[in-house]
Write a protein that binds this ligand. Sequence first.
Ligand SMILES: O=C(O)c1ccccc1N[C@@H]1O[C@H](COP(=O)(O)O)[C@@H](O)[C@H]1O
Length: 211
Amino acid sequence: MREQLIKICGLSSPDTMQAALDAGATHVGLVHYQPSPRHIELPDASRLRAMARGRAKVVLLLVNADIETTSAAIEAIKPEVIQFHGTETPEWCALVRKQVNIEVWKALGVKDKPTLEKSARYIGKVDRLLFDAPATALPGGNGTSFDWSLLADHEHTAAWGLAGGLTPENVADAIAQTGAPLVDTSSGVESAPGIKDAAKIAAFCAAAKAG
Ligand SMILES: O=C(O)c1ccccc1N[C@@H]1O[C@H](COP(=O)(O)O)[C@@H](O)[C@H]1O
């Protein structure tokens, strides 16, 4: 049986990092993007990163960051994965992937079939595609989902994951409908924007594993 991959993103305190690790998250995400309520400065991110070593893969989330910001964040956090969540091009993703030798993921907002098909531009350039709801106020982390039926007959030719509005209540259904090998949540395990809830994190991981 394959392992269900589970990413809890936007962690910014030791308590909630511990909750995600104890709940069995396979990936934990740190958002380094100033406009986000989940933004974390590099020294704090580095401390949380140390907690996860050997227990879960750390995913550094960046949005259209310049070279200096990207390099400084990678140097400080030493993540296993970098997730680009803005309008980064396939070429940019491939360049970073070649330079840093860690997994590179690209998040893409799925509005309709054509936008899903455009994801093919990233095949071979990244290690995983992350299908999310289209950007609204923020490029992601808005707690909104997209029409999962768009994925039903999509032929996946690369590793992928599902994000956008996933909660402890809907994640099992999302996995059943889409077969997502990785599920990713942020808002769905919070009590308020940027405030993670340990009980919701535990419930999400349990539901995803059961799903
Ligand atoms: O979490 C954020 O604040 C964020 C900011 C900018 C880009 C992406 C962001 N979060 C990622 O968006 C998806 C979906 O999040 P949600 O579950 O709908 O809140 C996920 O990958 C988050 O990590």
